[in-house]
Design a protein around this ligand. Structure first.
Ligand code: CMP
Length: 145
């Protein structure tokens, strides 16, 4: 059974020219890229997207970072897409990724736990919210979004 997930290349990944390398890793890992779009998040959109983190100490810097330049959002599809994309990007803290998961995408292009270069939905339920956030036609019709 195929599954879909939302992948995002964050502003430093886009400005640092990691887009082609990341897309190559995605395709080599057996994902299909069903949708892709370059988006400039404004504060409102970033706050809504990351609403679950709004009480965290890193929230203000997260919003500033995520609105600092365009991001590339993609819908990826394969079996076990949510977990496999999370495995491919590596741990949230890119400094840790460089040590424990040296071949991960965050090891390649991330800086630290804030500027970690890429995002992936953390569950199938999150994916169902995040995909239609960027691609309206992907609404599941369950009333979540
Ligand atoms: P992301 O996978 O996009 O989801 C939440 C983001 O918040 C995360 O990547 C990081 O960019 C940022 N962040 C910063 N510090 C932390 C932290 N301690 N735990 C989780 N996320 C963090």
């Amino acid at each position: 059974e195929k599954e879909k997930t939302l992948a995002m290349i964050k502003p430093d990944g886009v400005s640092g020219n990691y887009t082609d390398g990341i897309k190559m890793a995605i395709l080599e890992s057996g994902f299909s890229i069903l949708r892709e779009s370059i988006v400039q998040l404004d504060e409102d959109k970033a706050v809504t997207f990351y609403a679950e983190h709004s009480s965290r100490t890193f929230f203000t810097s997260l919003i500033k970072y995520m609105t600092s330049g365009p991001v590339l959002v993609m819908v990826l599809e394969k079996e076990n897409a949510v977990a496999d994309w999370r495995a491919l990007i590596g741990p949230t803290d890119a400094r840790k990724a460089k040590i424990t998961h040296p071949h991960s995408i965050r090891a390649m292009c991330g800086m630290d736990s804030d500027r970690n270069c890429v995002h992936g939905s953390d569950s199938a339920q999150s994916a169902q919210r995040e995909m239609p956030f960027f691609f309206k036609e992907m609404s599941s019709g369950t009333g979540i979004v």
